[in-house]
Structure formats: structure tokens, C-alpha cells
Design a protein around this ligand. Structure first.
Ligand code: EPU
Length: 465
């Protein structure tokens, strides 16, 4: 199993181009099940989650092609922007098996497209993961509102669309409320919106997730011929159409990857220029960075979702209070990285998790590196220390791992982050990216140097995003 060995203390300096968003790629790939025409996605990151989604889609009759120009980069070099073309050629399978769903929880986003186009879907219930319980009751409630019957059978959710006047199985537009205890649901919104595109009549989704990845999915569906208004706001209106066609879309850049690199620049007291940076989707995060004494400068340019910005720090970190919330609030996916940063602030910070209140497995590991963290319920009091010290630590989930890597970049001495397959699920060769910015980081396998994962490698089983 791969690990990262990091020698901390080097300020990161240089330029980083933000990749396409993982959390856009997965539901957009699943949307290819809604048509038999080709769907081309550009700037798809090369991640094990994307490869797992390809496997799942292939089982469901949707093949993915890479264009012939693509190549595997030499070890240590980032890969070129990636284009995938997906085409559904077999329209009958409806089962997303537990073996695949437990590998990648986001597999659940095939539910809406399968049900809408094939009239039936059987998807293994994903169960909990390292960041919490993660039920899918809101997905099921939303699809039931569109007329689907929902049964549980051997750990699978089995959904069937009602029969229309002509005998065909088709969902029916309805008013759907997607609010839950922790706000809306991102993949639940993706499922209901995708399903509603082929339903008979109008669907109104109230308390929809407002994440930029939902707006990106709506852009793709609209390019495929869907009629959608309001995506990116809490109220989405979808007028169902009879069929969808192919489309070609470049993914929105990954705001969480961007935020992680910004935090890396900040924690090391470096200076990094990010290009293709979705700064417009990161306001809650950059607001905290600024409060903590980090400078974030935007270069003037028209598109704030693909901006150039410079992140630097040359003064001591100040404490800040952070509460995670659904977008446009502070993203839970940057909570662990921010905790690592504030661990080195001069004073006390409070971090409260309102999206996944149990998402704190990194706390014990950061404590092993000298962070002073007091965890109580959904909050952690972070009492800033002068320095972190390198230690062997264990990654538990994707973003927790990123937090540990950031702590390692700033710590004195050597940090070994084990189980980095979690990171490979959601960051494209993070080790290579950080090394290109001057970090002393290397990937080892069983103590020996290892190349970054090659295209086509699969990560070991891990449940998460
Ligand atoms: N929830 C319910 N019932 C549901 C669905 C969700 O109670 O039916 C709860 C969840 O337990 C959680 C909250 O609602 O407390 C929000 O969950 P949401 O459904 O929005 O999460 P998700 O759609 O499963 C996506 C991202 C996560 C990200 C969350 C929140 C993808 C593939 N995953 O998950 O990304 O943390 O939204 O922003 O888009 C990551 O990238 O590391 C990651 C975990």
C-alpha cells in the first residue's frame, strides 16, 4: 500500500492549474445513461473514483472511450487534461452491485438516470463510511415523489417507475422537497434533477443543493436537450422531455482541489499562483483564509470560475471561527485542511461541522503531530501551537488525508501518511503536484520508492465520497 513521506518546512512556490472537479465528473458521467448518443466530457481528472465509475457504467451498458491522443505521463509528471466520451449501447441492466457501490459511495448517482430511462433501478444501499452514516432517504423520497415505488431487497433499493397511459414506465413530474436535518443533499439533488428530465410534466425541486457541481450537471443536461431552470439555486424547475441527445462539456474546475492547494501555500508560508481556479465558488473559504492572515489576490479577468489567483502568506497565522455548511457556506470538504492550518495559528479557533457532524477522524492523527485539539460533539477547539512535529499517521478518508499531508508540509521533521489510496480517489497525483511546487514529498510502497498511480490502476476498496 502506498504512503507519502514528507519532510516539512519548505515554502511552496510556483504555479498550479486546477483540474476538473471530481464531484462534477461522477454525476455527469452517470448522466450518459440518459441517452444512447455520445456524451463527451473534457478536463475529467484522472482519479481512481473516475475509473471506478467507468467500471460501474460499463456494467450498466455504457462504454467509455479515451481519445487515441492520450498517453500515460512519465512517473512524477502530471497528466494532460483528459477527455472521455461515454456512450450507452445496451439499455437493459439496472443493477449497481454492492461490490462496486461500497468501493465508491457516489455510485448512487446512477439511480436517477437508470430509473428515468429504463423505468427501473436496483442500487445497493451504500451504508456508512469514515465520515458518517450517510443515508440516502432523501434520494428515495425525492424519486418516490416522482411516482417511483421503492422497495428494499437484500440490501438493495429497488425503484420502479409507474406505467403511463401507453403502458410504458415513466416518472411523473411533481413538487419535491429535498431538505434534511443537515440541509439539502448534493447527490440527491443530482438524482432527482436527472430523473425529472425525462419525466412527464413539470418537476419543482425545493431546497435543492446549490453546489456548483449541480449547476454543471444542469449545464450538461441542458446541452443534451433537457429543460431546466434555477440550477445553482435552492429552487430548480425541470420540464420533462421525451428524449435526450448527446453533448460535449468541459467540467467546472475542482474547488476543493483549489482550496487544498491554497491551504498548502498558506500553511507553508509560500506563494502559489493558481490558474483555472473557481474562486467564485470559494468565497466562504477565502474569507477564512483572509481572516487568518493569508493574502488572496485575484488577477483581473472575466471568468471568476476559471480565474488566476495568487495565494501567499508572510505573517503569522491568526485564529478563525469556521462552521461548515452547504454551499455557498464553508465546504465540509475543506474542513480537515483548514484544521491543519489553524493548528498553527496564534490563538484559539473553533471549527464546527454542520454537514457531517462525525467527520473528525483526522483529529486524533493531527494530535499525534502536536496539534492541540479539543473535540466535543460537532465542534473542535483548536488551540494554536508554534510548531507541528512529523510523525507516522494514518489517512482515514479523502479530505482527512489531505489535512494530514498539509500538516506534514509544515511540520518539523518527517511525516509518513499511510493509506494514501484515499487521496488517489480524489486528487490527481497530489504528490507530484506538491513536489512541482517545491515540497519534499515522495511516494513509497512498503518502504520502497513508488511511481504515482498509472492510468488504469485501481484503488483498493474504500468507502467515501
Ligand atoms: N443526508 C441525509 N439523507 C440523504 C442524503 C444526505 O440525511 O438522503 C445527509 C448526509 O448524511 C449529510 C448531509 O445530508 O449529513 C449532506 O450529504 P449530501 O447528500 O449532500 O452528500 P453527498 O451528496 O453524498 C457530496 C460530495 C461529498 C461532499 C458532500 C457535501 C460527491 C460525490 N460527494 O456527497 O464529497 O462532502 O456532497 O458537500 O459529490 C468528498 O469529495 O470528499 C466528499 C465526501
Amino acid at each position: 500500500m502506498d504512503a507519502f513521506v514528507i519532510r516539512g518546512g519548505r515554502p511552496l512556490v510556483g504555479q498550479f492549474r486546477v483540474n476538473g472537479a471530481k464531484n462534477a465528473a461522477l454525476p455527469l458521467m452517470a448522466a450518459a445513461l440518459l441517452t444512447d448518443q455520445p456524451v463527451t466530457l473534457r478536463d475529467v481528472p484522472d482519479l481512481s473514483d473516475v475509473r471506478n465509475m467507468r467500471t460501474l457504467l460499463a456494467e450498466l451498458g455504457c462504454e467509455t472511450q479515451d481519445p487515441p491522443t492520450q498517453f500515460t505521463p512519465p512517473p512524477g509528471r502530471p497528466s494532460p487534461p483528459r477527455t472521455l466520451t461515454l456512450r450507452t449501447t445496451v439499455g437493459t441492466p439496472v443493477h449497481a452491485r454492492y461490490e462496486l457501490v461500497r468501493t465508491m459511495r457516489a455510485s448512487v448517482c446512477v439511480l436517477g438516470p437508470l430509473l428515468a430511462r429504463r423505468g427501473r433501478a436496483r442500487v445497493a444501499m451504500p451504508g456508512g463510511c469514515a465520515i458518517g452514516d450517510r443515508p440516502i432517504d432523501l434520494h428515495l423520497r425525492g424519486l418516490a415523489a416522482l411516482g417511483a415505488s421503492v422497495e428494499l431487497d437484500a440490501g438493495d433499493a429497488v425503484l420502479t417507475a409507474p406505467r403511463g397511459p401507453g403502458g410504458e414506465r415513466r416518472l411523473v413530474g411533481a413538487r419535491v422537497y429535498l431538505g434534511g436535518r443537515f440541509g439539502s443533499t448534493v447527490l440527491g439533488t443530482a438524482n432527482v434533477m436527472a430523473a425529472a428530465t425525462l419525466a412527464r410534466g413539470r418537476t419543482l425541486i425545493e431546497c435543492a443543493a446549490c453546489e456548483p457541481e449541480i449547476a454543471d450537471l444542469a449545464r450538461l443536461l441542458t446541452a443534451m436537450g433537457a429543460r431546466i431552470d434555477g440550477a445553482g439555486t435552492p429552487r430548480i424547475v425541470v420540464d420533462g422531455v421525451d428524449r435526450l441527445g448527446g453533448a460535449d462539456l468541459t467540467l467546472v474546475p475542482d474547488r476543493i482541489e483549489a482550496g487544498t492547494i491554497m491551504a498548502a501555500a498558506a500553511i507553508t508560508g509560500g506563494r502559489v499562483t493558481l490558474t483555472n481556479c473557481p474562486i467564485d465558488a470559494l468565497l466562504a473559504f477565502t474569507d477564512i483564509l483572509t481572516a487568518a492572515g493569508v493574502t488572496v489576490e485575484e488577477e483581473p479577468g472575466a471568468d471568476l470560475m476559471r480565474a488566476t489567483c495568487v495565494v501567499s502568506r508572510d505573517t503569522p497565522l491568526r485564529p478563525a471561527h469556521v462552521t461548515t455548511q452547504p454551499h455557498p457556506g464553508f465546504p465540509t470538504d475543506l474542513q480537515a485542511q483548514t484544521m491543519a492550518l489553524l493548528a498553527l495559528a496564534r490563538g484559539n479557533s473553533v471549527i464546527t461541522e454542520r454537514v457531517f457532524p462525525q467527520r473528525f477522524l483526522h483529529v486524533a492523527e493531527l494530535t499525534r503531530m502536536g496539534a492541540r485539539l479539543d473535540h466535543e460533539g460537532p465542534s473542535v477547539v483548536v488551540s494554536g501551537v508554534d510548531r507541528l512535529v512529523g510523525a507516522p499517521v494514518m489517512a482515514s478518508d479523502l479530505r482527512a488525508s489531505a489535512g494530514l499531508v498539509l500538516a506534514g508540509l509544515a511540520a518539523q521533521g518527517e511525516t509518513t501518511v499511510r493509506r494514501v489510496y484515499h487521496l488517489d480517489r480524489g486528487y490527481e497525483r497530489l504528490d507530484a503536484a506538491l513536489a512541482s511546487l517545491g515540497a519534499d514529498i515522495r511516494r513509497v510502497r512498503d518502504g520502497q520508492p513508488a511511481a504515482p498511480p498509472a492510468v488504469g490502476d485501481f484503488a483498493p476498496v474504500a468507502a467515501g465520497a
